[in-house]
Design a protein around this ligand. Structure first.
Ligand code: UT7
Length: 332
């Protein structure tokens, strides 16, 4: 029987964004919008869209390769893959299985998690607990989205907000104590799925000519309501995890929130009474990349030297479901 492990640490990060960059002015050529509206309402200046032949798993492979190389591990030692995505290559098999083959990994445990924009934290939490049980040693955790594949380019209120990307981390079991993923909280409220959803393509509305004509395979969002909930819930889950681990918000060295809207992040920061200097944001360049977003900002922060050994880092996200999550990490 395997022994439960002491800590779970992040030993490598990686990310990938497609080469094709669309500025707000480019979006204004597609829908009736303007750079000024998008910037002032969301903080987004540009986003990346994957090419037609570029799949979610292709972006995931690129991010994974970087994380594996940063961790300096032999990829054959990876014994678990979890991919968070709501834009899989196809409904099944899972994108994690496709990734297992593309990366040439062994016949290991591989599965997808669907928690929309909170997916990265759900996957991080699930992976950490599977490692903590002692049953697994090295996990590849991915958030990957081809949001452009489900955007309605006739709905200006949603299509200007999202982008495509993938992010990855390697999680490893460690004997060190008091470091790594100190804990996570995840939660959900499924009472109003239509606040943010893709209505068709499942068992409620199977794909049909009618569902396509009605544009039901695209994202539909009640932006105003989602905005309010995001601010409230991100503050609540952040305060809860800090309290659980007996930290005060001023002890956080770096906060990485889901990159949906700069106004959401500003309001959340005020509620948490934390200066913007403690945040790492990159939504101006990538927009909302859903499950990829927290990992994308984490990888960038690490590579820019914003994360040092001993730092206390809070990751927090919110998304469709509704779902939410927070992870507290003491960088090893
Ligand atoms: O990961 C979680 C996922 N989602 C989010 O976090 C999104 C949360 N919500 C939001 O970020 C904001 O609600 C939006 C950015 C989506 C919208 O901002 P808003 O301040 O709530 O704008 P609104 O929906 O109230 O629209 C205001 C106006 C409307 O015009 P009227 O009715 O006042 O004349 C819209 O038709 O802005 C118009 N509008 C646009 N104008 C130019 C909506 N989209 C656009 C656009 N360009 N792209």
């Amino acid at each position: 029987m395997s022994q439960s492990t002491q800590s779970v640490i992040i030993t490598g990060t990686g990310s990938y964004t497609p080469a094709k960059v669309l500025t707000n002015d480019d979006m204004a050529k597609i829908v009736d919008t303007s750079d000024e509206w998008i910037r002032t309402r969301s903080g987004i200046r540009e986003r990346c869209f994957a090419g037609q032949d570029e799949k979610t798993s292709d972006m995931a492979v690129a991010a994974a390769e970087k994380a594996i190389s940063a961790a300096g591990i032999d990829r054959s030692d990876i014994d678990l893959i979890i991919v968070a995505t709501m834009t899989p290559d196809m409904p099944f098999p899972s994108t994690a299985c496709i990734l297992q083959s593309k990366l040439g990994l062994g016949n290991i445990t591989a599965f997808d998690i669907q928690a929309a924009c909170s997916g990265f934290i759900y996957a991080l939490n699930t992976g950490s607990n599977m490692l903590r049980s002692g049953a697994y040693k090295k996990a590849l955790i991915i958030g990957a989205e081809k949001m452009s594949s489900i955007l309605d380019f006739e709905d200006r209120a949603t299509c200007v907000l999202f982008g495509d990307a993938a992010s990855a981390i390697i999680l490893e079991a460690s004997d060190a104590s008091g470091v790594g993923v100190l804990g996570s909280i995840t939660g959900s409220d499924g009472s109003e799925p239509s606040l943010l959803h893709q209505p068709a393509g499942g068992s409620t509305i199977p794909s049909s000519h009618e569902s396509i004509d009605a544009r039901q395979h695209f994202i539909k969002m009640n932006g105003k309501e989602i905005f309010k909930q995001a601010v409230r819930i991100m503050e609540q889950v952040s305060s809860n995890i800090l309290e659980q681990h007996k930290f005060k918000s001023e002890q956080i060295d770096l906060l990485i929130p889901h990159q949906a809207n700069m106004r959401i992040i500003d309001s959340f920061a005020k509620r948490l009474k934390l200066p913007m200097g403690k945040f790492h944001n990159n939504l101006d360049r990538f927009g909302n990349t859903s499950a990829a977003s927290v990992g994308l900002a984490l990888d960038e922060a690490y590579r820019k030297g914003r994360i040092q050994s001993g730092d206390l880092i809070l990751l927090v996200a919110f998304g469709a479901g509704l779902t939410w999550g927070a992870s507290l990490i003491k960088w090893q």
